[in-house]
Design a binder for this molecule. Sequence first.
Ligand code: B12
Length: 223
Amino acid sequence: MASKEELFELLKDGVINYKEEQVKEAAQQAVDEGFVALEMIMDGLAAGMEVVGELYEKHEYFVPEVLMCADALYLGLDILRPHVPKSDAGAVAQVVIGSIQGDVHDIGKNLVKMMFDVAGWEVYDLGRDVPLENFVEEQLRTDAEVVAMSAMMTTTMLGMKKVIKMIKDKNPDVAIMLGGAPVTQDVANLFGADGYAESAGNAVAEGIKMIGRLREFEKKKEG
Ligand code: B12
């Protein structure tokens, strides 16, 4: 029987060195032994992907390696994801999510999506490289309280500012949350967003805070 720490390491190492079999076996073992699936995802798979990011930045890894690492991560996620218990609080709120136009990075966005999903939110995932106006259209179609956008590049990040303006012009009561590696709290403020979270782990809490602030504001308007 492997310990929790050993399984974290096997998952992390499996993602970094794109050892698909190792990731699948470790994920299955974690499930069989009843370890907390979400911890395995965050401290094993996602932690491995963070190291992959560093290797890519040091030019030790290039696009093909990174894609193989992502494949290994997704294989592990397929096994672990169904074992993350869903909150039974019912549909807490609705969120439209996507990676902004020009940006094909979606690993982080998919983790954030999963967090909303297990927290019982209704999630409308637009995918990646999402045309700016699609965020506006999907929000209007679904009447979601929250729109969450991910950008991983400084260039694509600018599109988020446009979407915020487009959405707020049509519907000022929507709470907009930003995230992704180049985004900071300052950027989010500058762009006029209502929220920011630096990782998937605190995205849901931030979403709930945003909705809380929004409802307070509406009450004040009414009163
Ligand atoms: C994986 C990767 C790829 C993969 C993407 C696969 C996929 N399906 O996602 C591939 C190989 C396709 C790729 C391609 C490119 N990439 Co790339 N890529 C990366 C890499 C190595 C890791 C990103 C990642 O997945 N991290 C792991 C996840 C778990 O972390 P994360 O994404 O940061 O997400 C977390 C938080 O940011 C947050 N979060 C993310 N989104 C959101 C959203 C919300 C609402 C919230 C609240 C939170 C949140 O929560 C997440 C989980 O905790 C980064 C390097 C890095 N260090 O980030 C470069 C990087 C992002 N890529 C980069 C570049 C330049 C490219 C290319 C243009 C390269 C090229 N010349 O071909 C292309 C084209 C991309 C395009 N048009 O979109 C640059 C961007 C530079 C910049 N600042 O503008 C980076 C930073 C590398 C670098 N230093 O040069 N890439």
